[in-house]
Design a protein around this ligand. Structure first.
Ligand code: TYD
Ligand code: MG
Length: 452
């Protein structure tokens, strides 16, 4: 291979580089740039002239894609209301989190609803997959199994079988004989994904690709595949918890940020239709350091408990430990509490946690976080019937957030009777809920905890 035909790609973000470097300029990842053969030598090298393609205009009416339902409500919701034919979906997640389990269950469910399903495992033998199916009680579902890693053979099989849905577990084990690289390398993963996605579009077969990602994205792959597929779902959860969350991070056919909640049981994953009740189930009496946040995930309200612990620190630099929230956000809220409300956290260790292994990314959680922190520090419990939401600005003002009605309704449904919200929230009266509006954090702290 001549030197000029070689290129370098960041395995984390997929950016192309002319030469090797220790750090990717595009995403800042260290030691992620790898050498690879380019996919194509460019149009010049093709020689022969291309054909003109048929063009259409924007006005042509396009019917909404008919969606196939899996019958697993949480799974369908994350897909945006069911499986779109000829779409390509990536399901990423840590090894061992339950991707194969989820997809085998989904395949069985789709098959029972009349979708022809093919499940290709590159990691396990057919017997192993069958054993799992037995354990999950899925043996009666008409799913066709295959154990193969050679993509040429897989595509030939898919072309002959023409299923409605093909599941490829996992993309890292697939290899093309035309690419001179080991399976799992960026060039193999990218070429294999490209082939499969192109096949999906051309032949009208929906394809689900499974991809392993480690927390720091070290293992090659899924990040470069993200750009090629229509939908990217991440399956996440804390190892110690039985809850698993399927989150849509990209969706060309539905809302992103939608979540589906599952519970890992001895008999596989079972869906959790009312996550709020589950996340609050371990909550006992009102105790200091606990605040209930009325959040929105995608199109659905989800209530979570934010827990804080504040204790004198034996260390010169006190600890700031966060699980399930952004640690930068904690620093900001601590700074605002100190600067605007005169509540310092110097010399104090701060531990912040979302109960149940949930991850909260909404800025609307700020007020509940601040409430939990002050409640822990002052050792004063927030009334048990109270939920909170609101974004905190650097000035200490509280900013209104969207979908207040959904938040309040969900809170009322779960037996809460009081909400604390920013002033100027577009409030709609919800039966059984009284709302206290607060202009800023100082007013809130004064009202809830005395002078602060
Ligand atoms: P798996 O689907 O193999 O994970 P992945 O494909 O993401 O690597 O799931 C593996 C874990 O799930 C394993 O640690 C055992 C657990 N598990 C259960 O708890 N119950 C079950 O019914 C099944 C099939 C797996
Ligand atoms: Mg697996």
């Amino acid at each position: 291979m001549s030197k000029s035909s070689q290129s370098f790609t960041c395995s984390s973000c997929g950016a192309a580089h002319r030469k090797w470097a220790g750090r990717c300029d595009a995403c800042g990842a260290w030691n992620s740039i790898v050498e690879e053969a380019p996919l194509s030598a460019g149009p010049k090298a093709l020689g022969a002239k291309g054909r003109t393609i048929a063009l259409t205009d924007l006005a042509t009416e396009e019917a909404a894609p008919p969606r196939a339902s899996s019958g697993i409500e949480e799974f369908d919701r994350v897909l945006g209301g069911g499986l779109v034919p000829a779409s390509a979906i990536l399901v990423g997640g840590d090894p061992g989190i339950g991707k194969s389990t989820l997809l085998l269950q989904a395949a069985a469910s789709f098959a029972r609803h009349g979708v022809k399903c093919l499940y290709i495992s590159g990691e396990e033998a057919s017997a192993q997959v069958r054993m799992r199916a037995q354990r999950l009680g899925l043996t009666d579902a008409p799913v066709a199994l295959g154990a193969e890693t050679n993509l040429r053979d897989i595509l030939t099989t898919l072309d002959a079988e023409r299923p409605g849905l093909a599941i490829i577990d996992s993309i890292q084990t697939m290899w093309l004989d035309t690419v001179e690289a080991a399976p799992g390398s960026v060039s193999q993963v990218r070429a294999a994904a490209h082939e499969l996605v192109t096949f999906a579009k051309k032949r009208g077969v929906a394809i689900i690709l499974v991809g392993h990602v480690t927390k720091d994205g070290q293992i090659a792959g899924p990040r470069v595949v993200e750009h090629m597929v229509d939908t990217v779902l991440y399956f996440e959860g804390e190892r110690g918890h039985q809850f698993r969350i399927l989150r849509a991070v990209k969706n060309r056919f539905g809302p992103a940020d939608e979540i589906g909640v599952f519970e890992m049981t001895g008999g596989g994953l079972s869906q959790v239709l009312n996550p709020s009740a589950l996340f609050l189930s371990e909550r006992g009496q009102a105790s200091p350091g606990s605040a209930v946040f009325a959040g929105i995930e995608g199109t659905r309200p989800v209530l979570t408990e934010i827990q804080a612990l504040v204790a004198p620190s034996p260390l010169g630099t006190p600890r700031r430990t966060v699980v399930g929230l952004d640690s930068g956000r904690l620093s900001t809220i601590l700074a605002v509490l100190e600067a605007r409300c005169g509540i310092p956290f110097t010399g104090l260790d701060v531990f912040l946690n979302v109960a149940g292994g949930m991850r909260v990314t909404e800025p609307a959680a700020d007020l509940a976080v601040a409430a939990a922190l002050v409640s822990a520090r002052e050792d004063v419990a927030i009334p048990a019937e109270t939920v909170l939401f609101g974004e905190i600005s650097l000035s200490g003002a509280l900013r209104p957030v969207g979908q207040t009605e959904n938040r309040l309704k969900e809170a009322a449904k779960l037996g809460f009777s009081q909400a604390i919200a920013p002033s100027r929230s577009k409030l709609v009266a919800v039966e059984g809920m009284s709302v206290r509006e607060m202009p800023d954090l100082t007013a809130f702290v004064g009202d809830m905890f005395g002078a602060g």
